[in-house]
Design a protein around this ligand. Structure first.
Ligand SMILES: *Cc1c(COP(=O)(O)O)cnc(C)c1O
Length: 213
């Protein structure tokens, strides 16, 4: 089931699009099934769950932290995390840098933009992100490699398209100057729109692993 789903999805994607299989709440056996057909990028949104799975599963898995990250938990994932998608404040950036120094590594992150209508979603506003990018880089142990955004949870495809398109335009405006290479947008319900709007990293859970409880 899972193996077939992930193969089908992977084959349908453009070559330059990375699929992050979102395995949150799913058991190790589900991840192992996807791993068995060659998949290596997995996303989790809880630090404790991510750390436990990372300890128990093969070491060549690339772990993506896709959820809201509290500053006091950065230290647990800093030694091994592949990419932190949800950097939503400068204070979090500073903490990731501190843990990068401690672990003697440069940690790759995405700046999360608040693109949805809902107030519940985290992220920088476009103005805040622009000012962050305009300032001197104060965090040598953090590498901002791109942007992440979540569209409004709605059936309105026009609205989703508009939100992704705006993020994509912002990404392209800063891409060269900041050496950005990753635009993470799109989930099970909206990833085709996201790819059409220029996404090159999608975070897909339920479509691969089935519905979560
Ligand atoms: C859960 C989650 C996803 C995956 O959602 P699906 O609808 O199951 O594909 C993607 N991104 C983030 C940030 C998530 O928390």
């Amino acid at each position: 089931m899972i193996a077939g789903q992930i193969q089908k999805l992977t084959e349908s994607l453009p070559k330059d699009v990375t699929l992050v299989a979102v395995s949150k709440t799913k058991p190790n056996s589900a991840i192992e099934e996807a791993y068995g057909v060659g998949h290596r990028d997995f996303g989790e949104n809880k630090v404790q769950e991510l750390c436990q799975k990372a300890e128990e599963l093969p070491k060549d898995i690339r772990w993506h932290m896709i959820g809201h990250l509290q500053r006091n938990k950065v230290k647990y994932i800093a030694p091994f995390v592949h990419l932190i998608h949800g950097v939503d404040s400068e204070r979090l950036l500073a903490e990731i840098n501190k843990q990068g120094v401690r672990n003697d590594r440069v940690i790759d992150v995405l700046i999360q933009l608040h693109i949805a209508e809902e107030s519940s979603k985290f992220g920088f506003s476009y103005d805040e992100a622009a000012s962050l990018f305009s300032n001197e880089n104060l965090y040598p142990n953090v590498r901002v490699v791109g942007l992440m955004g979540m569209a409004t949870f709605t059936e309105d495809k026009t609205q989703i398209t508009r939100e992704f398109e705006t993020l994509s335009t912002f990404y392209n405006a800063w891409k060269a100057q900041k050496s950005l290479s990753v635009l993470s947008m799109g989930m099970s319900n909206d990833y085709p729109i996201a790819i059409a709007m220029g996404s090159n990293m999608i975070r897909v859970g339920s479509l691969i692993f089935g519905r979560r409880n």
